[in-house]
Structures are given as structure tokens and as C-alpha cells.
Design a binder for this molecule. Structure first.
Ligand SMILES: NC(=O)c1ccc[n+]([C@@H]2O[C@H](COP(=O)([O-])OP(=O)(O)OC[C@H]3O[C@@H](n4cnc5c(N)ncnc54)[C@H](O)[C@@H]3O)[C@@H](O)[C@H]2O)c1
Length: 255
């Protein structure tokens, strides 16, 4: 395999499903040495087998991004396996929503923030430490349209994703001059297993119908469409893109 990420060592978190799965395949097809990471081991191993069967290079490392020691171990394992770290797509997350703010417990709030925001902080921290040893790299975080605007009954998710936007810009300011670019992608609604399972709820299904009209392109997105944007942002073709928060949302944020 050869392509725009030839021989780059790249971590993808949340690689076992949805956006992460499609992106991991695209990144490996672009020639990267992929470290696929997730809490879901069977699906992670099966992704790695598929990539290797097609002539690509990939390794699975289990890591819960809500546990700092796991994130540190993920980066250590990457450097131990491939000798360096060039890029990371910090994509793992949970879509926790469904309650108005006053009904949220502190435990629910903490869980959402720990995985969707603090997990991204730990990823950036340990990735940057590794990248600085070899001259730099590129980091892409998955935020959301809800990193820029809100919907009802999702305050913990909206707050976490707004945080990912701020963290992306702050990290871009800290490390741009040191050769590490940090950007974020803001997906609109993407047809992934998490959206499929939320749709089992009648209220959410009705809400999704309304949300479709909010996507001017007239449909929801596919995971591979986020994979294209992630691959570009990770690649040298995006060499002057730093601190950008890029909507890939069919126009959701445009109207
Ligand atoms: N699907 C959408 O419409 C949409 C829209 C905007 C943003 N996003 C964001 O995109 C990212 C991926 O979502 P998706 O739709 O592909 O969901 P998904 O549920 O299909 O995939 C998420 C993956 O992350 C993994 N994961 C969950 N918690 C983890 C943890 N603590 N540590 C490591 N891995 C963990 C899951 O096992 C799963 O494989 C998330 O950050 C989500 O917030 C999704």
C-alpha cells in the first residue's frame, strides 16, 4: 500500500466502530503504520487482521481513554512497536445524552467529561511528548457540530465537545512552533452504530427526522467521509493547517 501517509506511524482511538473504523481503514490504505485502539478488543483485532490481509500494517492496542495510565501505555506501546509517533486521530468517545441539565447526576456528568474531554487531553499530552522526540507530528481530534452549537438534553456532551474545540486551539498554540499541528473535525450526524442504537428511542428517532432537515445537503454523513478529512488533516498536504476546527457536516453549521 502507498499513499499520502506512507510509513507514518498513526494512532486511531475508537477504531473498532463507526467513524474510527472507517478512518482507520482509510489511514492504513494511505500507507500508514496504524495503531488501532479501542476498548472493544474483538472488533479491534478483526480490523487489524483485515488490514494485514490487504497488505497493510496495523497493530491493536487496547486502551480505555478514560484511564490516564491506559493512554500513556498506548503511546508507549506505539513507540515500542514502530519506534516513533507521527500522527493521531483522537476519535474515541461516547454520545451520552437524553436528559435536561437539572436531571443529570454528578456521576453522569463526570463520566461524559472524563471520556469525551479529559480523555482527549490525556491523548494529546502523551502523543505530544512522543512526537517532540522525533521532530513533530499531526493530531486530529473528533469534536462535533455540538462543539459549536447546542441541542436540548445533551448538556454534558455539548460541554465536552465545546471543550475539545478549546483544547484543540490551545494545543495548536502551544505546539505549532514545535512542529506539532493540532486540528479538530466537527462531524454532523454520521450514520454509525451509536446513532443506530440511539434511534431505538422513539423520541430520539423523531428528533433525528427534524435534524435531517438541518443538514442542507439532504442526508446524514457516512463514516468514510470523516475518514477522508482526517487523512488529509494528518497528511503533509495540510502542512499550514493548525488550530482549525473543520465542519464535515453537509452544511449543518452553515444555516
Ligand atoms: N456519529 C455521529 O453522528 C457523531 C457526530 C459528531 C461527533 N461524533 C463523535 O465521533 C466519535 C466516534 O463516534 P461514532 O459515531 O463512530 O461512535 P461509535 O460508538 O460507533 O464508535 C465509538 C468507538 O469508541 C469506542 N470507545 C468508547 N468509549 C471508549 C473509551 N473510554 N476508550 C476507548 N474507546 C472507547 C467504542 O468502543 C467504539 O468502538 C465520538 O467522539 C463521537 O462523539 C459522532
Amino acid at each position: 500500500m502507498s499513499g499520502e501517509l506512507q510509513d507514518k506511524v498513526i494512532i486511531v482511538t475508537g477504531a473498532a466502530s463507526g467513524i474510527g473504523l472507517a478512518s482507520a481503514k482509510r489511514i492504513a490504505a494511505a500507507g500508514a503504520k496504524l495503531i488501532a485502539s479501542d476498548i472493544s478488543e474483538d472488533a479491534g483485532h478483526s480490523l487489524v487482521k483485515d488490514i494485514r490481509d490487504q497488505g497493510g500494517e496495523a497493530t491493536f492496542v487496547r486502551a480505555d481513554i478514560g484511564v490516564e495510565a491506559d493512554v500513556a501505555r498506548l503511546v508507549d506501546a506505539t513507540v515500542a512497536t514502530y519506534g516513533r509517533l507521527d500522527g493521531a486521530f483522537n476519535n474515541a468517545g461516547i454520545v451520552q445524552c437524553g436528559k435536561p441539565l437539572h436531571e443529570l447526576t454528578t456521576d453522569e456528568w463526570d463520566r461524559a467529561l472524563r471520556i469525551d474531554l479529559t480523555g482527549v487531553f490525556w491523548c494529546i499530552k502523551y502523543e505530544v511528548l512522543a512526537m517532540l522526540k522525533t521532530g513533530g507530528g499531526a493530531i486530529v481530534n473528533t469534536a462535533s457540530s455540538l462543539g459549536q452549537v447546542a441541542i436540548a438534553n445533551a448538556s454534558e456532551y455539548v460541554a465536552a465537545k465545546h471543550g475539545v474545540m478549546g483544547l484543540t486551539r490551545a494545543a495548536a498554540a502551544d505546539y505549532g512552533a514545535l512542529g506539532v499541528r493540532v486540528n479538530a473535525i466537527l462531524p454532523g450526524i454520521i450514520e454509525t452504530p451509536v446513532i443506530e442504537s440511539l434511534s431505538q428511542n422513539e423520541q430520539f428517532a423523531a428528533f433525528l427526522v427534524k435534524l435531517r432537515d438541518r443538514h442542507p445537503i439532504g442526508r446524514f454523513g457516512q463514516p468514510a467521509e470523516i475518514g477522508e478529512a482526517a487523512t488529509w488533516l494528518l497528511s503533509p498536504a495540510a502542512s499550514f493547517v493548525n488550530g482549525a476546527t473543520v465542519p464535515v457536516d453537509g452544511g449543518y453549521l452553515a444555516i
